[in-house]
Design a protein around this ligand. Structure first.
Ligand code: MG
Length: 622
């Protein structure tokens, strides 16, 4: 039932989810979907009869909204078309047993598909008459790679010519948007002739459209398509049928269907919210989660450490100019501070990690309304974390991001979370090494949840996803996407190895970093070197290449060579950054200075940094 999520009738095609029908139905129901599209191969492979499937769906509160797909109906060969009509009648029998009224007929991809618009309309009408006699109807969909019908306009032309009440359109956002179709044209279609709406997003790729569709579809909000504009145009016609997801994706075909279904539901709730403020006013109830409260920055980053990695990270923080200012009242957690940069070192077991490993366990984000932020997260299917706290400790709202990182919504004031820490007497007020705050945090994502994570931060936290970039690093292609506040008060970079790693894996497994801001990276670098911070040396080739590519003044180039700085430019400014060695096998720190309006994160330097990290480790290993 959709009782958990009031709003329109939300549906999901069984092909979106991994497993057999039992797995898929349970997952769809648990995520709060009201209906499904039955993907025919799922039924064919099932031991359930259509009647038994219908009964199981009824038990779970799921309606069967569509039977799909019926392929290659039309034919220039009259004998074959007659056979196709007989095949259709058999499928109508199945639909009657399922109790579903609508079948998806997709445009033909066969060599004998009909090119003549009048003959095509005539054949579609002949099938629709048979469907209509049984109280059924046909939703005709243009596949982007159809032999003769490959645009939604061509499918609408066929439906209009056929003029049959039992024949209407199925609009699929992938097929329309992958071909650069314009949803504004939907205004010419009466809403009652739109029989079904299938939604999928996708990354912008230059590739064969069939392969693009079959492997790379994503849930709304995860890709590059304007799903909001698409659905707004559909709803403006008066369409009042299901909002249904149809996503073919190599990861989701294998992933835990329960998790995928929640990701899918989150995508629809996000999409509906994005529609709610569109004009023309959308004449139906849509999800309205509590608005995302403003986030004004990082209050802290928490690292999980143990007896080996803890002292190593603490030593590095001290050399970076941080002071150990606080000790938690009831847990083995240290607070380190410099400027507005705060790092917690948590030696209680936050989550299991191998001995000696440090990991980013939590992000503290400064929220205008932590309670509302948690309510929004819950509505958007994010796991809200139970908190254990002492009598005098702050109640922190936290949710789990897809990679397990805890996201705390905080307000940093004297009575807030800092009151959980007893002062050590060390002070952070001598300016340290000039670090002013946390610029951003970089987290490598598990391969399977990279797209889920992008949508999580977009939907739950209200961050804007930036374009996906890829760099060729020494141990494989690294794909990255930043998610940022509009005012850049919060930035996060999500990265993933573009393929799973095999046995040859000399890189740091799933590296993570915290980037601290400075107003003068050269002065900071000098201070860090004087303090013995483990700064990562870079090869001279890198500085030589910068010299060739950019017009750097000689003093800056000398500083780049002396301190192992990295440099990048964009249209608005420049970026100087340096990295430390990897600490606790996984985490490193960066120090960054933004010049002008530079808006990136220096990801272009990832290959050089990764190679330097490997060299450091080989030397450390002796
Ligand atoms: Mg489709």
């Amino acid at each position: 039932m959709s009782a958990d999520h009031p709003g329109p009738h939300r549906s999901i095609a069984t092909v979106c989810l991994s497993g057999t029908l039992e797995d898929k139905l349970a997952a769809a129901s648990a995520a709060g979907f009201a209906g499904i599209e039955v993907f025919e191969p799922d039924l064919v492979a099932s031991p359930w009869s259509p009647t038994e499937l219908a009964a199981r769906c009824a038990d779970l509160g799921l309606s069967i909204d569509l039977y799909q797909p019926f392929r290659d109906l039309d034919s220039t060969d009259p004998a074959r078309f007659a056979r196709n009509l007989r095949r259709a009648e058999r499928k109508f029998d199945v639909m009657e047993q399922l109790g579903t009224a609508t079948v998806l007929v997709c445009s033909s991809v066969a060599a004998d598909g009909v090119a003549d618009p009048d003959l095509l309309a005539e054949q579609l009408a002949a099938a629709a008459v048979r469907a209509g006699e049984r109280g059924l109807r046909i939703a005709y969909e243009a596949l982007a790679w159809g032999t003769h019908v490959s645009t939604w306009e061509a499918s609408w032309d066929a439906v209009r010519r056929a003029g049959s009440p039992a024949l209407g359109l199925c609009l699929d956002s992938f097929h329309v948007l992958s071909r650069g179709g314009d949803p504004a044209g939907f205004a010419a279609v009466p809403g009652e002739k739109l029989f079904f709406l299938q939604l999928a997003d996708a990354p912008q790729l230059q590739m064969d459209v069939l392969q693009w569709s079959r492997h790379h579809r994503l849930f709304p909000g995860q890709g590059a398509f304007d799903l909001t504009g698409f659905v707004a145009a559909v709803l403006a016609t008066g369409y009042d049928g299901p909002l249904s997801l149809e996503v073919f994706n190599d990861v989701y075909r294998q992933a835990d269907p329960t998790r995928t279904a929640l990701d899918a539901m989150r995508s629809l709730l996000w999409l509906e919210e994005s529609l709610a403020d569109r004009t023309p006013v959308v004449p139906r109830a849509l999800a309205r989660p509590p608005a995302a409260p403003e986030l004004s920055g990082y209050s802290f980053t928490e690292l999980a450490v143990d007896g080996v990695s803890g002292p190593e990270v603490a030593g590095a923080l001290a050399a970076l100019g941080f002071a150990h200012t606080g000790q938690h009242r009831s847990k083995p957690v240290q607070l380190w501070e410099q400027g507005r940069a705060r790092v917690l070192l948590n030696a209680s077991v936050v989550r299991p990690a191998a001995a000696g490993v440090a990991a980013v366990a939590a992000l503290g984000l400064e929220s205008a309304d932590p309670g509302r932020a948690a309510q929004r997260a819950e509505v958007l299917c994010a796991p809200v974390l139970p908190r254990t706290r002492g009598a005098t400790e702050a109640d922190l709202s936290a949710v789990a991001a897809p990679d397990g990182t805890q996201v705390f919504f905080t307000r940093t004031h004297p009575g807030g979370w800092p009151a959980d820490f007893l002062p050590t007497g060390d002070r952070a007020d001598d300016g340290g090494a000039g670090l002013t705050g946390i610029d951003h945090v970089g987290l490598t994502q598990p391969f399977d949840t990279f797209d889920e994570a992008g949508l999580f931060y977009r939907a739950v936290l209200g961050l804007d996803p930036q374009p996906v970039t890829e760099v060729a690093a020494p141990f494989g292609l690294v794909r990255s996407r930043a998610v940022t506040r509009p005012d850049r008060a919060v930035r996060l970079t999500l990265s993933v190895a573009a393929l799973r790693r095999g046995g040859w894996a000399p890189g740091v497994p799933d590296p993570q970093y915290v980037a601290f801001a400075t107003d003068d990276v050269v002065a900071t670098a000098r201070a860090l070197r004087a303090a013995g911070a483990p700064l990562l040396p870079l090869p001279a080739n890198y500085a030589d290449d910068l010299d060739a590519r950019f017009d750097l003044d000689s003093a800056l180039l000398a500083a780049v060579r002396e301190h192992g700085l990295m440099y990048d430019e964009d249209d608005a400014g420049a970026y100087l950054h340096l990295a430390t060695a990897v600490l606790g096998d996984r985490v490193f720190f960066e120090v960054v200075q933004r010049l002008g309006g530079y808006d990136g994160h220096g990801l272009v330097d990832t290959p050089v940094r990764m190679a330097a990290h490997r060299r450091w480790r080989l030397q450390a290993a002796g």
